[in-house]
Design a protein around this ligand. Sequence first.
Ligand code: NAD
Length: 514
Amino acid sequence: MIPYKHEPFTDFSIDKNRNDYLEGLKTVEAYLGQDYPLIIGGERVTTEDKIVSFNPSNKEETIGRVSKSNKDLAEKAMQSADEAFKTWKKVKPEVRADVLFKAAAIIRRRKHEFSALLTKEAGKPWNEADADTAEAIDFLEYYGRQMLRLKDGMHVESRPGEDNRYSYIPLGVGVVISPWNFAFAIMAGTTAAAMVAGNTVLLKPASTTPIVAYKFIEVLEEAGMPKGVVNYIPGPGAEVGDYLVDHPNTRFISFTGSKEVGLRIAERSSKVNEGQIWMKRLIAEMGGKNTMVIDKDGDLELAAQSIVKSAFGFSGQKCSAGSRAVIVEDAYDQVLERVIELTNELTIGDPVDQNNYMGPVIDGNSYKKIMDYIEIGKGEGRLVAGGDGDDSKGFFVNPTVFADLDPKARIMQEEIFGPVVGLMKAKDFKEAIDIANNTEYGLTGAVITNNREHLEYAREEFHVGNLYFNRGCTGAIVGYQSFGGFNMSGTDSKAGGPDYIPLHMQAKITSEMF
Ligand code: NAD
């Protein structure tokens, strides 16, 4: 087996790559507007009621209509996952891993089609879509290899006349609930980790991006996944989500999404319901309010570039997005001026056009929420770029910068999840780190400085799960920068990390006397 290496990003300045992407787009355009069923125990189930997935750049364009699960169908899916668990848990880890490796190979061959689908369904510009697809491939390749490492368990000591073995066994049926912002990578990664560990899965993808999830299940089937191992049941979070979270047969929940929903799941999943014989395990990766800290001894051009890229890449809709920058006083004016210049150079529009740096935000609710925060920001700080949007055709918000904010301002504390960044001054580096730590979150952060002492100070004191030096705070790579946060950002279950798979398993000791 070749060692794991992350999937390279596509260089779209090369003609062949551009043409391959445009071919992918044609493939996707040919299947827009179709109907998709649920997949329960390998069977296609069609319902009258549909979730409509539309293009956030163009509300008139339907990506597809997906059958909608309800409590009865969720129950049916649970029964099928329970049944499939009896055999899947006995399938050798090598065989389970092979399903992931083959799925990765299939996706790699159809890479640009998947990326083009993300451009259409999630509004991702080419490079962002390409990174999402690459990350999905990485999760499959990485988790497959991690499972192979764990298949013989861990080493424990044995005394003379005694044989002790430490092995991992699967948990049972897992409910995987995924967000729309890494509609492919997070959905595929959380599903793949659960199944390769020998569990069966009920996958409830985000309602705004269900088509890419359907296409992924088709890939798993083509790669040899037996029926019922992953069941595809999109549906309303409140109905299907609550039902499955409460279900006594649910053994674990792997959730990625907002703090509000994560906390609701934490509370509900801790309650023991009738017939339940275990404590449910919860993996929850939630929101962030991530800070770029800029020191006076840093490369200030790098600082401004990193602030803009971290704030506005994929319209600020990454959980890792840098939505605030705290700048040491002496560097403040220079960095602010350059951030404004760079922001005003950004191009916004339909991401199908390769020249657009930023596409739309995901939907009308999100647009409204972001515009409301912009109004709040106008009362809290000085608007220096953007501040407006256009939702006539799609949901476009211009990249927005507020300056001179107070560290306790709402737009410096609450996750906006859009292209809005707040800047403020700190009197020195230590104060900047204190401010960076002043939210309830702890997901990502970055420090720009050439001062070694300050880097070491930040290494110890900046309390985030993913801390970056002299670069932006987005763009974690599977197997390199395992991802997950502290405090209200979740359970710090590092996705793409060496100890992620065991979260989906339980360790068993057998001790035999000879
Ligand atoms: P969301 O919480 O609105 O939805 C996430 C998923 O939960 C969706 O599938 C949704 O349908 C489902 N859901 C809604 N109500 C539910 C309920 N009562 N029970 C069970 N499931 C329910 O989040 P979103 O808008 O899809 O994603 C954006 C959020 O996700 C942001 O807060 C972002 O920071 C966070 N996020 C975190 C990470 C991370 O790794 N920490 C990664 C990506 C996104």
